[in-house]
Design a protein around this ligand. Structure first.
Ligand code: FAQ
Length: 320
């Protein structure tokens, strides 16, 4: 890395002071190269998560149990596509192209959330994703509405409103199942059993192993640590599970009178890292599906480019 010039040093100090004072950083502002890099990393991975995240639920669109449920699910999956688009646009303001980001996803150099590498085996999984995964996403993402980088913060405001609706539809679906027949209740419990730990892991490695947290909290990209957000999710969800009459699959779950929080048993970090490194139950399937969608969409991209070129030529002719 090039040594910092005196001019850079002055800019860096002004940048740090601006961020410390809750100022927003906008695309044309000077920013440290590492700030730009970590934002491109996080925002693009967040966008990829939204796009890959359409697959587990999309799996149930044709098998939803009623027209009403199908319409709701289709709207939700479309919302996720929209979130991906806002986030790719926010990342583009940092100088990376959509093609570059897509390439990084397809060649495996960019990550996406571990949670979307688990299968949706029953209809109750659609409810569990809304309740737990969107619930976790809200807790993680509401603080990002106050992120120091303006375009990311603004994209998150709308995304969080939609995630909140998603969470409620998931909870309502789980409520219908858990108040239904014995078989439906068992299906809801089975979904909770399979999604609980992956949802707890979604918040990322423990604070001791989180490489980006310290710097990104200083830059006000992140506002809370992975473990603090995870704890908030656990405290909230334990109460919700009780109101559904479902059991959290953790024999060590206990309320800690001293801290006022729920303690959980050990997290299987080997499983987390295996999934992050591509060895989860569905990693290969998710990427094959994404690659096929990319290849099948080539003609759409070509047609859009040809149309744009024609429009530009027409505008140039009219201007001449
Ligand atoms: N999965 O140093 P940290 C959704 C990686 S959207 C995979 O702690 P950081 C909506 C991390 O990238 C869900 N990898 O990292 C929806 C880093 O590796 P790198 C996505 C993970 O960035 C619902 C390494 O581990 N949400 O659910 C994971 O400070 C339903 C070290 O970690 C966001 O992306 C993981 N779970 O904290 C859609 C929110 N965790 O990059 C469809 C924005 C960590 O150096 C259906 N992102 N890693 O190669 C964030 O808040 C942060 O990036 C964290 C990770 C908290 C995810």
């Amino acid at each position: 890395m090039d040594p910092m010039t005196a001019e850079d040093q002055v800019r860096r100090e002004a940048f740090d002071a601006h961020v410390a004072d809750e100022g927003k950083v906008e695309p044309r502002d000077w920013m440290p190269a590492a700030y730009r890099k970590t934002l491109v990393r996080q925002i693009s991975q967040h966008a990829h998560s939204e796009i890959i995240g359409m697959q587990p639920e999309g799996n149930w669109v044709t098998r939803a149990p009623s027209l009403r449920r199908k319409v709701i699910l289709m709207a939700k999956v479309q919302d996720e596509a929209g979130h991906g688009l806002y986030l790719y646009s926010a990342a583009e303001t940092l100088g990376v192209t959509r093609d570059e980001m897509e390439q990084q996803l397809l060649d495996g150099t960019a990550k996406y959330s571990s949670i979307f590498n688990y299968p949706t085996l029953t209809w109750a999984d659609v409810g569990a994703i809304g309740w737990l995964v969107d619930g976790a996403a809200i807790i993680n993402q509401v603080p990002i509405c106050r992120c120091s980088y303006g375009p990311y913060a603004r994209a998150m405001v709308r995304i969080c409103k939609e995630e909140s609706f998603h969470q409620r539809q998931g909870f309502e679906l789980m409520m219908a199942l858990s108040r239904g027949t014995e078989k439906q209740k068992a299906m809801a419990q089975d979904a909770l059993d399979r999604w609980w730990w992956p949802a707890v892991m979604m918040f990322g490695p423990s604070d001791a192993d989180s490489v980006h947290s310290q710097q990104n909290m200083a830059w006000k990209i992140k506002r809370f640590s992975n473990d603090d957000l995870r704890q908030k999710f656990i405290d909230m969800t334990v109460k919700q599970a009780a109101s559904l009459g479902l059991t959290i699959p953790d024999p060590d779950l206990a309320f800690n009178q001293e801290t006022g929080h729920w303690d959980i048993g050990p997290i299987d970090w080997d499983e987390f890292w295996a999934v992050v490194k591509g060895h989860g139950p569905c990693n290969r399937q998710r990427m094959q599906h994404r690659q096929a969608a990319h290849d099948n969409g080539a003609w759409v991209r070509e047609a859009a480019m040809a149309f744009a070129a024609k429009e530009r030529a027409r505008a140039a002719r009219e201007a001449a």
